[in-house]
Design a protein around this ligand. Structure first.
Ligand code: 1CP
Length: 343
């Protein structure tokens, strides 16, 4: 285990200012990203190319004094491995063959670790070439969010087909979630063994889960994933990100078993400090849109987050991924404010 700032926060050691990194820090807001991406024929090939994974993971470290690098991959590599014909279409986003509840066969025998071998290799190279003070973060999508994409076949406004499946195709839906749990455990285990210091579970469509089923599909899959990882002796910290889950964040923070809760930009941190499990770390939650245009509120909002979380176990981050419009100079400014806090 390396001595780095993020791990120090998890270990309850004092840090002068909070560690900082950014969701989607390796993507399209950095011009060089496009030349790396253009070296592969499509996005899936990019995510299966060890050398390009290494290059893009390291890219933000060239620009920013940050405390973590998230490995370049995508949550949709699991549906890809499950033969859903995943493609990333320019201007549309990810598309795949939609699963028909009760009809589509759920593949339970995929050797996911073998299919994602380039990711395993990339993490091994990264851990030996990225400085020790930078944490390496491995990740996966949460089963609910993966099921959303797999049933709809793409991103949709309100994921009606998925919600319908939850109410009417219970048995089939549960089987799909159970298979996804197994695959998520496998790839997180692989990433941890390859050198990840921290793991993160993205539940980007958590806000689509009907509250009646929150425990079943918002909490229980994550809890099972974490229990299984611990049984396999994967003991590193795990960050959960149930995006925009609102009031359900409270139970999630107490019951899912995550070591850290990542908060979206809508959550008032003072509310979080009163209501969220005080024994876990909080990550977040600057609005990435504040990083687009020059604005007078950026300094103030960063300082408000820092003041509110002062002396608490906190990892500074955005409350959702950086968008292509985010400006490098604004991000640098945020890092400077955070790094100089308390100094
Ligand atoms: O066109 C491009 O070059 C692709 C843009 C892009 C990038 C940079 C996609 C397509 N995926 C990624 C990488 C990625 N995806 C990372 C690693 C790099 C980093 O963080 O810097 C991570 C952690 C993800 C995770 C991911 N993919 C999530 C969870 C986080 C979130 O944003 O909510 C989701 C939902 C996806 C699906 C996805 N991948 C890409 C797109 C356009 C989408 C769809 C998002 C949507 O449905 O709105």
């Amino acid at each position: 285990m390396y001595n780095n700032k993020i791990i120090n926060v998890f270990n309850k050691e004092n840090v002068s200012s909070p560690p900082i990194w950014f969701l989607r820090q390796a993507g399209r807001h950095i011009p060089e990203y496009f030349s790396i991406r253009s070296q592969s024929k499509n996005f899936i090939d990019f995510c299966l190319n060890t050398d390009l994974i290494v290059q893009s993971t390291k890219l933000p470290l060239k620009y920013y004094n940050i405390d973590a690098a998230i490995v370049f991959s995508d949550i949709l590599m699991i549906p890809w491995a499950m033969k859903r014909n995943v493609q990333f279409v320019k201007g549309v986003g990810p598309v795949m063959d939609p699963m028909i509840p009760n009809e589509t066969e759920i593949l339970n025998d995929i050797d996911i670790k073998n299919l994602l071998r380039p990711l395993d290799k990339a993490l091994k190279i990264l851990r030996s070439s990225v400085p020790n003070h930078v944490s390496l973060i491995g990740f996966a999508g949460a089963p609910w969010t993966l099921a959303c994409y797999m049933i709809e076949g793409q991103s949709t406004k309100d994921f009606l087909l998925t919600r319908k499946a939850v109410w009417s195709s219970n048995n089939w839906f549960n089987k799909l979630i159970d298979s996804l749990i197994d695959y998520v455990v496998d790839i997180l285990e692989m990433q941890a063994n390859a050198g990840a210091d921290v793991l993160m579970i993205f539940d980007s469509w958590a806000h689509m889960i009907p509250s009646f089923f929150w425990k079943d599909f918002g909490i229980s899959p994550t809890k099972k994933i974490i229990n299984n990882l611990r049984k396999r002796n994967i003991l590193i910290p795990i960050i959960g990100f149930p995006f925009k889950a609102g009031s359900s964040l409270i139970n999630y923070s107490y019951e899912s078993g995550v070591d850290c809760l990542a908060l979206d930009w809508t959550v008032d941190l003072k509310w979080a400090l009163k209501n969220i499990n005080p024994n876990i770390v909080i990550q977040g939650n600057l609005d990435p849109a504040s990083l687009i245009d020059k604005n007078n509120n950026l300094d103030k909002s960063v300082k408000l987050i820092l003041d509110t979380m002062n002396n608490k176990r906190h990892i500074f981050n955005v409350g959702h991924g950086l968008t292509p419009e985010c400006k490098i100079e604004n991000i640098k400014k945020v890092i400077e404010i955070v790094k100089n806090y308390n100094n």
